[in-house]
Design a protein around this ligand. Structure first.
Ligand code: VGL
Ligand code: ZN
Length: 216
């Protein structure tokens, strides 16, 4: 609990809902533990925001982040790609498949943009802003700046990967950035959650709970 974080109805604040897709939910190819627990708080939060952007992990078959693309490797192994170390994942969020669909349980009809990422075969993209080569832009920074947003609130899946990287890039782009923890869940592999928390804190990203926005 802490002081209330004010959302101004006339803009300036945007909620980014990261990767709430079937493959990251129970029964999915890369199910995040307790992943469906994010749905209710996200739906409640979204009603408080006039502006909501969704991200969608969107990989071609045979993507470089898939363990199946690296003979002898298994999910959660590491591999060195031209841009650096990469965690390998089960095949997930393949373009056009049911697992890549954004959950029907999300109730955000007013979401204004879906930004897809991870569509380059050789480059992963946890962040909604910048791919894992740290050079290729998705265009989201320009979009948010052109819209005049100043505060970015990040929620979704997974807290220690796509939510954290999106928040870190938002902060680096100059937005006042928040992660809403109870509206996010982590994968937590090889210390990833601890590392994400440290990185977020070092970058000045504020970690809050949704009661500070929508609480009574
Ligand atoms: C994600 C691993 C691979 C995420 C996406 O949404 O956090 N994690 N692709
Ligand atoms: Zn992915």
């Amino acid at each position: 609990m802490g002081a209330r974080v004010k959302i101004t109805p006339d803009g300036g604040d945007v909620l980014i809902v990261v990767d709430v897709q079937c493959d990251f939910l129970p029964g999915g190819a890369l199910a995040v533990p307790d992943g469906d627990a994010v749905i209710a708080p996200i739906n409640q939060l979204a009603r408080a925001f006039r502006h909501v952007v969704l991200t969608q992990d969107w990989h071609p078959g045979g993507h470089a982040s898939f363990a199946s693309s690296h003979p002898g490797k298994h999910p959660f192994d590491m591999v060195d790609l031209p841009y650096g170390p990469q965690v390998l994942w089960p095949d997930h969020c393949v373009q056009g498949t049911p697992g890549a669909e954004i959950s029907q349980a999300l109730d955000i009809p007013h979401a204004q943009l879906v930004i897809r990422k991870g569509y380059n075969a050789g480059i992963d993209s946890y962040s909604g802003f910048k791919e894992a080569d740290r050079r290729t832009s998705t265009g989201l920074e320009g979009y948010l700046k052109e819209c005049g947003f100043r505060q970015v609130f990040c929620v979704g899946l997974a807290l220690d990967f796509c939510v954290a990287w999106t928040a870190l890039d938002a902060a680096a782009a100059g937005f006042e950035t928040y992660v809403i923890e109870d509206a996010s869940r982590a994968i937590d592999t090889n210390g990833s959650l601890e590392k994400a928390r440290r990185d977020l804190e070092a970058a000045g990203v504020r970690t809050i709970t949704s009661d500070r926005i929508v609480g009574t």
